[in-house]
Design a protein around this ligand. Structure first.
Ligand code: FAD
Length: 392
């Protein structure tokens, strides 16, 4: 049951091939049948519905853009972005689980791994037999990760020893592999490691009291003399600039998530305003309600056109860091505005988690802050505009 004007007003889907449209339709069906009925319950419980992993495997949507030799399908980044939108449109937590595994963790290996590492780790992760997490942020190091990670690594012979802490790491309580980023005490460069979650000295503690993305299992990780073999060090991650190549991809992904979150809130609210009656008529008939709906659809449409073009640039191989940062900021700011207007239009019912919009409103807050906050991504853009870095 969808409202009269759906949330793709400028028909951005028309850029997909017929085959891609079928894949997207399967994702929509999966989200409506498997996730929509349970999302509110699991969000309130703060638990992850592990039963969805087996069902998600059958969708075959991990590593879609990768080369076929690694088990990928060679599809467009545009399709991958729109899949993110479609998932987040129903539940942003599910999209974050998907994004951490297929974006942050897998891309770290795809972009920074050696040929051997790619062949060993990517296919089972694409099949979702192994799940990934990505550990960059620390309790005392968030926005400034590029300047000084406190987690250290030291090589002796063929073995590295890692010590430190990581915070906010999504999927970390159950992932098979956690990509750990650490600073080499000898050459002071940032290096990445594919670490088994069950390695001695690595412990995870779930962060419980979140008001956003409650289905995502974020953890504090402690690393005490964790031993990792050289063969598990990402062979092409030699400085933070290599880590940043992964973040560029995932910032584009978060922009799409924000589109999905805003779209879910808009579509749900539009239907609500048609159904809800006050003063003997649907509240959708009031001029001030229509003004808010028009603002929401305008903002959402601008966000969709921006992310569509961003992914087209990505597919052409020319997407820059700054273009990804601009989209991340524009879409997460817009998402916050749209979810807030949605709540307003639903009156008191808008604060009930069971009415969905409050869940989108809470989830929009994490999108706004992760993968580089609004300020940090604006500064990336500001540096490109002026040629002056505000970071140093
Ligand atoms: P801080 O860096 O402490 O920033 C606090 C405030 O100061 C912000 O408003 C910020 O914009 C501002 N600020 C900082 N520096 C400047 C500056 N130079 N100029 C202007 N303002 C500035 N990390 C991972 O590694 N892996 C994950 O899987 C992961 N998942 C996450 C999931 C969730 C739900 C959340 C909320 C976070 C997750 N993160 C993850 C961490 C996330 O990337 C960080 O929260 C983010 O980078 C910001 O860091 P911080 O929270 O420490 O904020």
């Amino acid at each position: 049951k969808f409202p009269p004007i759906n949330g793709d007003f400028y028909d951005t889907r028309s850029h997909l091939t017929d085959e891609e449209k079928v894949i997207l339709a399967n994702v929509r069906k999966f989200m409506l049948e498997e996730i929509e009925p349970i999302a509110t319950e699991y969000w309130l419980k703060g638990e992850f519905p592990f039963q969805i992993i087996d069902k998600m495997k059958k969708l075959n949507i991990i590593g879609l853009t990768y080369d076929k030799s690694y088990g990928g399908q060679g599809h467009s980044n545009l399709l991958e972005g729109m899949i993110g939108e479609e998932i987040a449109r129903v539940d942003v937590s599910t999209c974050t689980f998907f994004g951490v595994h297929s974006g942050l963790a897998l891309n770290s290996i795809y972009i920074c791994g050696s040929e051997e590492q790619k062949r060993e780790f990517i296919p089972p992760m694409i099949r979702m037999e192994k799940i990934g997490a990505f550990g960059l942020t620390e309790p005392d190091v968030g926005s400034a990760a590029s300047m000084g990670l406190k987690t250290t690594c030291k090589r002796e012979g063929d073995t590295w020893t890692i010590n430190g802490e990581k915070k906010w790491i999504g999927n970390a309580t159950f992932a098979d592999y956690i990509i750990i980023w650490a600073k080499d005490v000898d050459d002071h460069m940032v290096k990445g490691f594919i670490v088994d979650r069950t390695t001695n000295g690595l412990t995870t503690e779930k962060i419980e009291d979140k008001m956003s993305l409650r289905i995502v299992q974020n953890a504090l990780i402690k690393l005490e003399n964790v031993k990792v073999k050289e063969e598990r060090r990402l062979q092409n991650a030699n400085t933070f600039k290599d880590t940043a190549k992964v973040l560029k991809m995932t910032r584009a992904g978060v922009a799409w998530q924000a589109v999905g979150c805003a779209r879910g809130a808009y579509e749900h609210t539009l239907q609500y305003t048609m159904d809800r009656r006050q003063f003997d008529r649907p509240i959708a008939g009031f001029q001030m309600t229509q003004d808010l709906l028009a603002q929401m659809l305008s903002q959402l449409t601008a966000m969709q056109c921006l992310t569509t073009r961003l992914s087209q640039l990505h597919d052409l191989g020319v997407m820059s860091d700054e273009q990804a940062s601009l989209a991340k900021v524009f879409c997460t700011v817009g998402c916050r505005t749209i979810t807030s207007m949605s709540r307003e239009l639903m009156g008191a019912n808008g604060i009930l988690i069971s009415n969905k919009v409050a869940r989108f409103l809470g989830d929009a807050e994490a999108l706004y802050s992760y993968e580089g906050t609004k300020q940090i991504n604006s500064l990336v853009l500001g540096r490109a505009i002026t040629g002056l870095s505000a970071f140093v």
